[in-house]
Every structure is written in C-alpha cells, then in structure tokens.
Write a new protein. Structure first.
Length: 173
C-alpha cells in the first residue's frame, strides 16, 4: 500500500476506468471495439493515455498506432527507451489480435521479441506503429509489430505470441 494518497487516488481511478472498459469490451467484437476507440465513442485505456499512444486505424488483422515523442520516452543516452518501444510493440500486437476476436475474447502476451534496428531520436517523431496478425487460433495467436519514423524508416520490429484467456479466441485461423 502506498503512503501517498495522491498515488492511491490515481491507482483507484485507473482501476475503475479499466474495469469499465473491460465491461464494454465483452459486449462487442474486437474490431468494432477498436473502431469505437478511434472515433472517440469509447475512451482508450488509461495506460495508453499515460504513454501518449493513440490508435489511429483498425481493420481485421491490422492496426496502426501513433505517438508524438516526449522527453520522458527517452533514456539517459537520448534514444528511445527500450521498455517504452517494447510497450508500443506489445500494444500493437495485442490490438491486432483484438481486431480478429469475437466479443468477450481476452488475450495476454506469452512472449515479445523486439529488434531495435535504428535509434529512435527526437527527429524520428512522430512514430507510426503497425501491428498485424500472422496467425490467430482459438488459444494462441502470433503477431508482429513494426515501428516507423515520421520519414517512413523502419526502426524496430517485433514478434509476439499471445494466449487466449477465454475459450472463444480469435475468429480467424
């Protein structure tokens, strides 16, 4: 338990928002849910607000996210923090599998392999992150993500396997 009451209030707010989003997600298929997030009819997750990433496009098996880089996205040597970049990839992979999932499906990452090809610097902002489904079954999905600079340079690639926490998995195989 935190001693700082401001932290406790913040955590409580995030938990309440996450619970509300989960309740909404079980009522519609993943692609419809993601399209409602893009249109603003449904808020995005509090975590995505925190890191500044936004979903800008979703179709079955493919999503695009965007982020305007901020000072707190960089490490001590001035390049994109590896944990932040990995988080962008994890988000894109998870949303990609959501885009082919029925109502009520829930997934969690089994693994995440990230390859940092070129440095992420302030000059590469804004970033575009593309997540795609390679294969989605009822219990396991394999996805990939790519991070591009504003000029279109490929900066990072990632593959991820996800596990279906619910029995209904994905709608494609």
């Amino acid at each position: 338990m935190h001693e700082n009451s401001q932290t406790d209030v913040h955590e409580t707010d995030l938990n309440a928002a996450s619970v509300a989003l989960k309740a909404t997600r079980v009522t519609m298929d993943g692609l419809t849910y993601l399209q409602h997030v893009i249109s603003g009819e449904i808020p995005q997750s509090p975590f995505n607000d925190l890191i500044g990433v936004r979903l800008v496009h979703a179709e079955a098996g493919r999503v695009e996210l965007a982020v305007d880089l901020r000072a707190d996205h960089f490490n001590k040597i001035g390049t994109g923090h590896g944990g932040f970049v990995s988080t962008l990839c994890d988000n894109a992979c998870g949303m990609a599998v959501d885009s082919v999932s029925p109502a009520g499906a829930a997934w969690t990452s089994l693994d995440l392999q990230v390859r940092f090809l070129k440095a992420i610097t302030p000059a590469t902002s804004p970033l575009k992150i593309v997540g795609t489904v390679i294969r989605a079954g009822r219990k396991v999905a394999v996805t990939q993500a790519e991070v591009f600079s504003a000029k279109g340079d490929l900066l990072t690639t990632c593959t991820s396997s996800l596990y279906a926490l619910t029995s209904n998995g994905a709608t494609s195989s």
